[in-house]
Ligand binder design. Structure first.
Ligand code: NAG
Ligand code: NAG
Ligand code: NAG
Length: 217
């Protein structure tokens, strides 16, 4: 009896395996180690990006460098079949600019400078793995037009950016965006087996906010 039910389970399990749609892994597993390392650094962002700066301190960034979960959900709604890889490329492009701008405002001896330099190094490491783990043709594929427009705006020379495109944002809020969009776009690396997490949902982060505060206060 036991044996019979075991084999039924086995057959059922195998059938289930075949019936599952093919998993479209958009994130190569090799990306997960550097991204988790980056996530570890980001968990200290409140201390280094808020407490070490004057109250309400903001820096000037390009409006397109404000890249939040809401941007991702709007883009997915607007563009059908928007490839996750395209958004991942955009994520790297946006955040290299964000990190550069944060570092630029910090004097050599600012207490958050080593932290930020380390964060940038880890970001570069993740980018290196990202580039290595995709064929060049894939990373050079034409971007959908709306994304290309954003890309062009981001890579415009600073003195040619129209005044109206600049925004002020706090370093902490920029790194919050950095962190939340990372978990959303590379969710395969952050998924946990036990709990279903929706890292792309704004409510996920609202819920977690209080919890986040505790170890750092
Ligand atoms: C910081 O900003 C908040 C909200 O705009 C304001 O109420 C507060 O007075 C500001 N604090 C300082 C020190 O400027
Ligand atoms: C995200 O949306 C805001 C408006 O809510 C916009 O100002 C910003 O440029 C958008 N970011 C990107 C990368 O498109
Ligand atoms: C990412 O960092 C957060 C904050 O420290 C932590 O709670 C979470 O477990 C980390 N996720 C992974 C997959 O390492």
């Amino acid at each position: 009896m036991v044996q019979l039910s075991t084999s039924i389970c086995l057959v059922g399990g195998l059938l289930g395996l075949f019936l599952l749609p093919p998993v479209m892994a958009s994130t190569p597993a090799s990306m997960c180690t550097p991204l988790k390392t980056l996530n570890d650094s980001l968990s200290h962002r409140r201390r280094y990006m808020k407490h070490n700066f004057p109250i309400n301190y903001t820096i000037r960034v390009h409006e397109r460098e404000i890249f939040k979960l809401s941007n991702i959900s709007r883009m997915k709604l607007k563009m059908e079949e928007l490839d996750e890889l395209v958004l991942q490329r955009l994520w790297f492009q946006v955040n290299q600019g964000v990190l550069k701008k944060i570092i630029r405002v910090m004097p050599e001896r600012h207490p958050s400078r080593p932290y930020t330099a380390e964060l940038e190094k880890r970001f570069r490491d993740a980018e290196g793995v990202f580039v290595q783990s995709h064929p060049a043709e894939e990373l050079q594929q034409d971007l959908p037009e709306p994304i290309q427009d954003i890309w062009d705006a981001l890579t415009e020379e600073t003195d040619r950016v129209p005044e109206s495109s600049w925004r002020f944002a706090s370093p902490k809020s920029l790194l919050d965006n950095f962190c939340h969009t990372m978990c959303c776009l590379f969710s395969e690396c952050f998924a946990s087996a036990e709990v279903q997490q929706d890292y792309c949902g704004v409510s996920h982060w609202r819920k977690g906010r209080k919890k986040d505060l505790q170890p750092e206060s």
